[in-house]
Design a protein around this ligand. Structure first.
Ligand code: 1GP
Length: 245
C-alpha cells in the first residue's frame, strides 16, 4: 500500500459520480472491451471498477493489463477474492463483507493476501461492504455463502454501517448484487449519509431516473455493470446524467 488518498479524496468530493464495473469474466472479447473503454471516456465516466465473483486469475491479469494500456480513467479494484489484486490499478477497495457472518470474507482472504498487498504500490481503501436483498439470489451472496440484509430493515442496515465506521472503515459500499431486480432504495442512502462517510451504491441500476434519485439522496459513486453488458448505448444516458449535474 502506498498511503496516498487520491482516489478516496475524489470519492468524497461530491455525489453523483459514476463508475463502470468491468467483470473480466464477461469481457474476454478484447474488441468489445476496447469499444467499452472508448465510450466510457466519451461519457465522462469517473472511474473504472474491475472485479467479479468468479474470475480466473489469468483473466483478471490480462483484462487489467489491457485496461491500463487502453484507458486513462482511474482504475479501482473491486475484488471478488484475494487473487484479484494488482499494482496496475490506482486503488483497491479493501472489502470486509460486514452484512455477512462468513469469516473468510471478514478476515480470511485478507490474511491470505496481506503480504502481497502490503508490499504493493497501491492506494488501499478500507471498505464496509454491505449486501442488501435485491429480489434475487446474487452471485456474491451465493459465492460468499452469506445472507443479504432485507431491504426494508433500515435499522439493521444503518447499524451495520455504523459498526463498520466504528471499526475504521473509510467507505461504505451498498450492493444489491450484480443483476439485482431491485436496486438500493434511495431512502437507505439518505439515512446513511448522516454518517458522513462516502457511499458507493451498485446492483441492478438500469435507468437515468434511478441514478438521479441516488444522486439526490447523496450517493457519492453509482456503479453500473450489468446494464452496459446488455446495452452499451446506455453510456449515452450516463453522459447526459453527468452533464446535467
Ligand atoms: C455489483 O455493484 C455491482 O456488485 C454492479 O451491479 O452489474 O447490476 O450493475 P450491476
Amino acid at each position: 500500500m502506498n498511503g496516498s488518498n487520491n482516489i478516496y479524496n475524489q470519492f468524497k468530493e461530491r455525489s453523483g459520480q459514476v463508475a463502470v464495473l468491468i467483470d473480466p469474466d464477461k469481457y474476454s472479447n478484447l474488441k468489445e472491451l476496447n469499444a467499452l473503454l472508448k465510450k466510457t471516456t466519451f461519457a465522462n465516466v469517473d472511474y473504472l471498477f474491475i472485479g467479479g465473483s468468479t474470475v480466473l486469475q489469468e483473466d483478471f491479469k490480462s483484462v487489467i493489463d489491457y485496461i491500463r494500456t487502453h484507458s486513462s480513467l482511474p482504475l479501482v479494484i473491486f475484488p471478488g477474492d484475494s487473487n484479484q489484486i494488482s499494482d496496475k490499478a490506482d486503488a483497491l477497495l479493501y472489502l470486509s463483507l460486514i452484512s455477512g457472518r462468513n469469516p473468510d470474507y471478514l478476515i480470511g482472504h485478507h490474511v491470505q493476501s496481506a503480504q502481497e498487498v502490503y508490499a504493493m504500490d497501491i492506494e488501499v481503501i478500507p471498505t464496509a461492504y454491505i449486501l442488501i436483498d435485491g429480489g434475487n439470489l446474487s452471485s456474491v451472496a451465493y459465492v460468499s455463502q452469506t445472507t443479504p440484509i432485507p431491504r426494508d430493515h433500515g435499522s439493521i442496515i444503518l447499524n451495520t454501517a455504523k459498526a463498520g465506521v466504528l471499526q475504521g472503515k473509510k467507505l461504505i459500499y451498498l450492493d444489491a448484487g450484480s443483476g439485482a431486480k431491485e436496486s438500493i432504495p434511495p431512502s437507505v442512502i439518505q439515512d446513511l449519509s448522516k454518517l458522513s462517510t462516502p457511499i458507493i451504491v451498485g446492483g441492478g441500476i438500469r435507468s437515468l431516473k434511478e441514478m438521479e434519485k441516488l444522486r439526490a439522496a447523496g450517493t457519492n459513486v453509482i456503479v453500473i455493470g450489468n446494464k452496459l453488458e446488455e446495452d452499451i448505448d446506455f453510456l449515452l444516458d450516463i453522459r447526459e446524467f453527468k452533464l446535467s449535474k
